[in-house]
Design a protein around this ligand. Sequence first.
Ligand SMILES: Nc1ncnc2c1ncn2[C@@H]1O[C@H](COP(=O)(O)OP(=O)(O)OP(=O)(O)O)[C@@H](O)[C@H]1O
Ligand SMILES: [Zn+2]
Length: 486
Amino acid sequence: MTTIRLTNTKTRRKEAFTPIDPANVRLYVCGPTVYDRAHLGNGRPVVVFDVLFRLLRHVYGPDHVTYVRNFTDVDDKINAAAQARKAAGDPRSLEELIRARTDETIRWYHEDMDALGALRPTHEPRATEWIGAMIAMIEDLVAKGHAYEREGHVLFRVRSYRDYGALSGRSVDDMIAGARVEVAPFKEDPMDFVLWKPSDDELPGWESPWGRGRPGWHIECSAMSYELLGASFDIHAGGIDLQFPHHENEIAQSCCAHPEGGFANVWMHNEMLLVNGKKMSKSLGNFFTIHDLRKDRGIPGEVIRMVLLGTHYSKPMDWTAEKAAQAKATLWKWRKLTADVEPAASPDAAVLAALADDLNTPAAITRLHSIAAQEDGALLKASASLLGLLEDDLRGWTLPPVTGTGSGVMEVSGSATAIVGNVQYRETIERLLDERKQARMGKDFRRSDAIRDLLVGAGVIIKDTPAGAEWDLGADFDPARLGEPE
Ligand SMILES: Nc1ncnc2c1ncn2[C@@H]1O[C@H](COP(=O)(O)OP(=O)(O)OP(=O)(O)O)[C@@H](O)[C@H]1O
Ligand SMILES: [Zn+2]
């Protein structure tokens, strides 16, 4: 069996991965707060840990991996978004507005992440459906002396957990010095964080032993991972921005509530997608959404995925137009090479080895290039699928309309053969090349040049050989531009 090695943030070492139960390998990834469209940075953990999910499924069997990724659908930012809509005159109740907003955002999220080729996790729990489990965990923490109630709030007593800070390798005092900790008069210690807070009549709230209120963000992941994966599971992952305080707090809560378990054995953190050296984030306003890239800029989800996988997850990266153009050109070539091809029975050993070595996606992609250079479409297809690339579903490759059948752009879903197997492109291109040949023979070079310019302008690559003209479709091929030459 392939040995997977993963860098564990907790030990700061690359370690051989041994699941607790190979028949049920368990992975938890912190999901989004659903108040707005996902930006490109939010796509990075999704794509990175989708590759991990695919790798685990390959090694342990698709039915032996449980992947949980939550939706945080109770949050001050969500409330604020709904309140803003109400203030703008929306007649619906705040409750209806919140539900509409979170439902819509989840729909958008699925659309975008499907387009990036991410498999849906096994479970996608919504926090609001697990409030009972959160209340039970908080009660347990209070009973064990790890939490206390003050003025309708319940706070976690950080100093009651000796290992607090172990994940980030920092002492509590260092963390206080470096972090923006909310000082509240009712806290015993500035580091203590909220497990439960009161809700006024307007805001969403649930009855609890501490009055009507709502959970803090950190307790959501602790409660849902416990319910769905148990007190000990294999891998917990998310962006590096969540390491402190979110993950430290999750560990403190889970380990104190369930000292019988070890919570997560392996912690994995993806580095950030940057814009001009700064984390892409909603609060800085320096973001663009995955939806913008796909719909407004016409970049296929598969191209976005390839760019994200072009950098190792442990390194910061940025998005550039050049990277996108390069990924598009590569995928276009690979798509043509694998169209109508049955995948080989198993992936290339070197691609598998690269991924098993701490998800080395750039090395895996380099290897895919050599497989493509050998024109082994079957092996290319089987190996690329471990990275979620070149699958039958076109994943948002936007193909222009067949010549002569209308205008605009159509989204093709279905077989990849549509890209090259379109007889009508072929007929038009070959007819034009034939007309060019006739024009040349009749020494009408103005016309033959015009036809060549037209073809090249539409993204057709022409090679004149002694046996006649050969052609191929370039990555920027756009048959909408295959009009008639002047
Ligand atoms: N720039 C980024 N690069 C990589 N991952 C990111 C980036 N920004 C957020 N993430 C990750 O996206 C996931 C969803 O996070 P969350 O919903 O909390 O983001 P957010 O709060 O909407 O983002 P922001 O940080 O922009 O306010 C988390 O795993 C987080 O680590
Ligand atoms: Zn979490």
